[in-house]
Design a protein around this ligand. Sequence first.
Ligand code: SF4
Length: 410
Amino acid sequence: MDIKEKLDILSSSAKFDVDTEPSIIDTVTNLENDNMPGSIYYSKTSNGECMPLLKVLFSNSCIYDCAYCINRRSNNIPRATFKMDELINLTLNLYKRKLIRGLFLSSAVFGSPNTTMNTLYLTAKKLREEHNFPGYIHLKIIPGADLELIKQAGFYADRMSVNLELPSEKSLSYLAPDKNKSAILSPMNYVGKHYQEWMDQKNKYKYSPTFIPSGQSTQLVIGASPESDFHIIKLVEKLYLNFHLTRVYYSAFQRVNQDYRLPNIKNPPVTRKLRLYQADWLMRYYGFSSNEILNEEEQFLDDTLDPKTKWALRNYQMFPVEINSAPYELLIKVPGIGLKSAKKIISYRKKYFLNFENLKNIGVALKRARFFITCNGKYYGKIYNNPDIVRSLLTNNKQKNNSQLSLFEI
Ligand code: SF4
């Protein structure tokens, strides 16, 4: 099998492993024009940049049989495995031609977890040490591999990730019987600790070997198992707290296999996935706890309203807040005021009193915010003190312009 055929198989096998923002996934087909079939995915960096990465599996021949996965051993699909130098040369070639800025390397489990992890480790090591590859490298951690081997790989990668896959141990053993919770959490914990140690050391010492400077992430499949959104965001909250995770990615379940254990859904739960990203965003940047977003009585996120607006309607007695005096912590809880807008408001009002027009220029989403604020004591929401009416107005707005699905302007 030649390299083009392998790349075709191994890049399409990798497309179900989506560690990127929902709004920026893009498959670039210009490689096909370049006689090089394959996919490049855009990954969003911490500074908001979009970075093209070659995203492939090293192999799609798997010894495991996860119910939801196209690459599982019981599927009769074309199989391929790179030779290490083939993948290295391909990466260098695309990088030199400025088609990619890095490599996102994962793999099905071939041979054993250690064999697979060792192959990923050696590929990254060779790229860095023998070819001085300066690009970004994201490596998947293979659950069950030796922790020391995983740690060594971390010295050559910018980011590592081990997929949690499913939100509970019960679902994991039902749908991915070859995997277990501790084989996933133990490397996550180990890598998280070393990442934290490296962060501490780099602040103290002039030189300390770089260890996954972009941190570690994980991925959860949404909708393949019955756990509620409340269960998921509580789990995610703990992951951020205990494992020094940089990101959790959510992948909407797509039924690619006929398997009695899988739910019979026609379309992937895309809106649910976006709402989970919004809830995740609120917990990481806006100071919300999982219990503020959902609770025992309300277990699922609303598909018609974003979670911040839902929270504001539940806590309507806290509003309206006065734009010219509210503290930053309260401003960022107003629907339609994002982190950037809140900072601008604080800075602007040091010199001036803000009016409604100023807010528009600052970038506040007034369609939502106007129901929750006053400007110099004046309320612009028209209907006061009635969250049910506000809710229906906001839901109608959403149906008109779909703005509630925006990931970042919450
Ligand atoms: S381990 Fe499971 S999810 Fe990963 S490639 Fe193999 S079958 Fe698929």
